[in-house]
Design a protein around this ligand. Sequence first.
Ligand SMILES: Cc1ncc(COP(=O)(O)O)c(C=O)c1O
Length: 377
Amino acid sequence: MDYEAKCTACSRRSQNLLDYKCPACGKPLDVRTSRRFEPKQIDDKIFGFWRHARFFPYVRKEDVVTLGEGWTPLVRHSGSVSFKLENLNPTGSFKDRGSTTLISATHAQVRKAKGYIAEDSSGNAGASVSAYSARAGLKARIYVPETVAGPKFSQIQFHGAEVVKVAGSRSKVAEEAQKPEKSKFYVGHILHPLFRDGIRSLAYEIVEQSGWKIPDRIYLPCSAGTLLLGVLSGFQHLVESGTVENVPTVVACQTSQVSPLFHRFKGSCYRPPEKIASVADALVSVDPPLLDLMVRQLKEADGDAVLVEENDILQAFSELARQGFFVEPSSAVAYAAYKKQLESKEASRANKTVIVLTGSGLKTTLKPSQQHNPAAS
Ligand SMILES: Cc1ncc(COP(=O)(O)O)c(C=O)c1O
């Protein structure tokens, strides 16, 4: 076998690609490939995610479910700063990298069992998993909080997913989604290792698009941690394969309201507010199930964490939009964090920097009247 799915706690191996947690102890699983990353193994006739098919050996060629995700532009912003435009993925966010691997690897088994896909997310992941399930010809059932509304929820429904509204907390929604039922295959993106593993491809693309050099610093918005863990895993693979010498400084960016990783990483105590009311409405994981893993991996990779305030996010969102980059406020968190670190001199303009713009501004619920007004400040 050219890959292994293994428990991050007890090291037990999982043999079933549909397992979303360790069958022995219930802790998160991680997938690793034993194939070295070799630039000559890239299929350079494909300008998309699947140019790296060789490094995702658990997906058979004939099973690939694609909407043309990946190979998003890396655009120079100014000086040594570039933006990776993940908002340009088919469903409008980086989540498509996770959905293409997850659905490609599992749809044949689900179809054979006459089953359906189950996921819990009212946001970009729900929209993406719905789209890829539709593309695979599978039914998707998406569990969402009762109060859900907005463009992402509409997108989930437009893709034809069945929606189940659940009263109570976000963890209650996850609990409901995970309850075993006949024909249900729960592949929730937060826990399922194949979703996170697809995000590895972002590291490969950044390095190739930078002429096989690593940037000094990478800024990522961080909530449940799939983006952070996926990108770190991609860079580790590149280092282990000898393609690059070291992992860049990965900076996990959070809002002051939702910052469990920041606080644990810095050794301080985090108390979430009673109600989350941030404009960064995709960053809501106050108690992410992968927190231990996120902290451990960020420390091992010598990364960093930053926290930004609401005003900084609005300002960054407006600044980006007025420069032509229309992204979600949640994505603007990474740009706001970069600006904050420039000011505090933790980052420098001389650093080669990549900021990942994770989601499309077309999905924002903000109104133009709420944006930051530069004339007023
Ligand atoms: C646009 C956007 N950016 C960033 C994130 C954070 O990603 P993760 O939950 O993997 O940390 C999300 C998650 O929903 C998102 O939708």
